[in-house]
Ligand binder design. Sequence first.
Ligand SMILES: Cc1cc2nc3c(=O)[nH]c(=O)nc-3n(C[C@H](O)[C@H](O)[C@H](O)COP(=O)(O)OP(=O)(O)OC[C@H]3O[C@@H](n4cnc5c(N)ncnc54)[C@H](O)[C@@H]3O)c2cc1C
Length: 179
Amino acid sequence: MLLDPAGRRFADETRRDHNNAMALAAHGGRGLLLWSEEVQRGAAQAPFVPGSPRLDRWAFTRDRGGRATVADDLAALAPVLDRWGYRLPLELDDEARARLGAGPVYAADVVPAITFTFGGVVVDDDGVAVDEAGRAIPGLYAAGADMSDVYHQGYGGGLCLAVVSGRRAGVAAAREDSK
Ligand SMILES: Cc1cc2nc3c(=O)[nH]c(=O)nc-3n(C[C@H](O)[C@H](O)[C@H](O)COP(=O)(O)OP(=O)(O)OC[C@H]3O[C@@H](n4cnc5c(N)ncnc54)[C@H](O)[C@@H]3O)c2cc1C
């Protein structure tokens, strides 16, 4: 459950990390993340992506001085949330209450992280950078995260884009070099 400092939900949390990060950035840039014991158990035991090491990100955050805590229930969390600057009582709707359940509630004070930017260098079809008038700048190539917004303010992953555009720029540069 993701709440703003007024204690209200503002996003569909089921749309997952990138969409929630963007919603949070557009909604003041700071939020309270709450989750249940069941979610915590799953998140701590399973790797974030298959093959990667397991990491309890809640404990990792807490151990490094981040604002992360756990309490027996929402009422017991109140003093900490108050200290963090969240307006109480939190306005949890039925869906939020059902998802959190009756057991211990985990909490973290979060901000959106940057995995990718929407700015960057505009390139032509060969990956050659172009100037403001759209003219190619010979010998200057851009690829991956340095390229301008290919997703039009959305996010479809940066790794494939980096591989494809990096190869394209490399091939074009080699072709140019061999002339
Ligand atoms: C936390 C996080 C999670 C992400 N998760 C995903 C994901 O799950 N899936 C996905 O598809 N994408 C993900 N991304 C995005 C993806 O990782 C990037 O978009 C992608 O790695 C960009 O590749 P790149 O080659 O353009 O740049 P980079 O991977 O940043 O490579 C640039 C390299 O250039 C080096 N460099 C910089 N300056 C110099 C210099 N002067 N001289 C020599 N070397 C230099 C840097 O050290 C770096 O190694 C994530 C990004 C972050 C930050």
